[in-house]
Design a protein around this ligand. Structure first.
Ligand code: ZN
Length: 141
């Protein structure tokens, strides 16, 4: 299977069957993220215990890229410390700018399926919405 096709299927799968969509009981942090240019709207809920993200969920609606991106992000940040999660966010932003290394992509795991967005300027805000929302939520701690 071609890599591009594989990436497309990963994004579709996370969009159609998100693992982390829903409402959390008792989250530590809740922050809404909106991308008006596309109509993407998410509500990110994080549970943080002893500086570790022990649970995360999102609600919302929007295009496939925005919804898949936040679902894949949650896969990446679960069990990570605040600093580790912010470091991953930096690597994701680097990927979108086209400056990520092979090691960065490996660490981003399935979220690397959005690497093509670096060639799609109109979709950048969709892809980074979840990550920006997480960064802002963690900055409030
Ligand atoms: Zn979008």
């Amino acid at each position: 299977m071609e890599l591009k096709q594989l990436y497309r299927e990963i994004v579709n799968e996370h969009n159609l069957h998100p693992s982390h969509k829903g409402t959390m009981q008792d989250p530590t942090l809740v922050l809404r993220g909106v991308n008006p240019s596309c109509g993407d709207d998410i509500n990110l809920q994080l549970k943080i215990e002893n500086d570790v993200i022990t649970d995360a969920m999102f609600e919302g609606s929007g295009c496939a890229i925005s919804q898949a991106s936040v679902d894949m992000m949650i896969d990446d940040i679960l069990g990570k410390s605040r600093d580790e999660a912010l470091d991953l966010a930096g690597k994701f932003m680097g990927m979108i700018r086209g400056t990520a290394t092979e090691d960065d992509l490996e660490e981003l795991d399935e979220a690397a399926a959005l690497s093509d967005v670096s060639h799609m300027p109109a979709r950048v805000k969709c892809a980074v919405l979840g990550w920006h929302t997480m960064e802002q939520a963690l900055a409030e701690v």
